[in-house]
Design a protein around this ligand. Structure first.
Ligand code: MRU
Length: 344
């Protein structure tokens, strides 16, 4: 991705360290965070310094690589196991995290007892996981471009951009490709309360890329559907099930229902790492609940009735029946076929 005229990935390995763009500071400050141990990586996933399903998958993979570098010889296996469990528990909904962490963990264990070799393998495998993820997203952009008509007015929710992935983005990868191919598109960016990934991050990425857009309040989507000013919806996903149900940022489901009501196509873009081939349906996906402070405070300022309890689900489930197609690197598929087709 291009930020201030320089090329970046959101997550990368450099000089024996994990580096990533600090997403909590954007768009007001552009800062790179550095990590040399696995525990601080899981903290960064938990506090959303890095966020977005494929991005936390890659961060988790590199977190395992750091764990392998730091593991003492006599406790190599148990150190890796603890790191694995700690990383995976950082956020429960995006299966990419499980996939990234498991991949590096399993490949590294294969090289015990040659620990020097195992440590090198851990880095190589994590890098390969991140590269594959970035390439997956590039291909999603090309495949998804086919479903974007010229002059389309597109609604997206949350941030499924280059920041949320290793590079390119999923939903924004499609939008970016359509724009680069010369299509005149306009993007409605729902703000995405309570953490404003749309208003802060998607809007930032679109501005950097020169793509016409506007931030709208989350609850204004219905108004724009009613005005017939939305031609299609494209979102990302945190998990795609075998039956085509998906989990994505809270508020996705209501946009899908609105799209269905207005007979507007609703697409979900997802790389291989977001598919869960063990999960049969949306009801089986663990939904993360985040802290009440996200709703009750604005920095240090209280903004809600102090005595009231809060329910803060971070994701919801959109059933396959509401989804027109899932955009993958291999093409755009009916949601019920996508898990099969991506493995063919
Ligand atoms: O809580 P977040 O910001 O990590 O949630 C991210 C999303 O819901 C994205 O839409 C999803 O991870 C897809 S990113 C390509």
């Amino acid at each position: 991705m291009i930020i201030n005229n320089a090329e970046y990935r959101s997550v990368w390995w450099e000089h024996g360290r994990l580096r990533l763009i600090d997403q909590n500071k954007l768009p007001f400050e552009f800062a790179i965070a550095e990590f040399t141990d696995c525990r601080t990586v899981s903290d960064a996933i938990r506090d959303m310094t890095v966020r977005g399903a494929p991005a936390i998958g890659a961060a988790g993979a590199f977190g395992m690589a750091l764990a392998a570098q730091n593991a003492p010889d006599d406790k190599f296996r148990s150190h890796l196991r603890n790191a694995h469990d700690n990383l995976i528990s950082a956020r429960p909904t995006a299966v990419d995290l499980v996939n990234g962490v498991n991949h590096v963990y399993e490949q590294t264990l294969k090289f015990i007892p040659d620990l020097q070799h195992a440590r090198k393998v851990a880095i190589l495998v994590a890098q390969e996981f991140a590269n594959r993820s970035a390439e997956d997203c590039r291909q999603i952009g090309l495949a998804g471009n086919e479903i974007v008509p010229d002059k389309a007015r597109i609604l997206t929710h949350c941030n499924a951009g280059a920041l949320a992935t290793v590079d390119w983005g999923t939903a924004l990868g499609v939008i970016r490709t359509a724009h680069r191919k010369g299509k005149e598109i306009f993007v409605y960016v729902s703000e995405t309360r309570p953490r404003f990934q749309g208003a802060r991050l998607t809007a930032f990425e679109l501005e950097q890329e020169g793509i016409p857009h506007a931030i709208i309040p989350d609850d204004a989507a219905g108004y724009y559907f009613w005005k017939k000013e939305i031609d299609l919806v494209i979102t990302g996903a945190d998990r795609v099930c075998l039956n085509g149900d998906i989990a994505n940022k809270i508020g996705t489901y209501e946009k899908a229902v609105l799209a269905r009501e207005h007979k507007i196509p609703f697409y979900v873009a997802a790389p291989l790492s977001t598919f869960d081939f063990t999960c049969h349906r949306g009801a089986d996906i663990p939904i993360e609940f985040r802290s009440e402070d996200e709703l009750k405070r604005w920095g240090d300022v209280p903004i809600a009735n102090p005595g009231s309890p809060v329910l803060n689900p971070s994701f919801d489930i959109t059933p396959a029946a509401c989804i027109t197609g899932i955009i993958t690197r291999k093409g755009v598929f009916h949601p019920r076929e996508a898990a099969q087709k991506i493995q063919d």
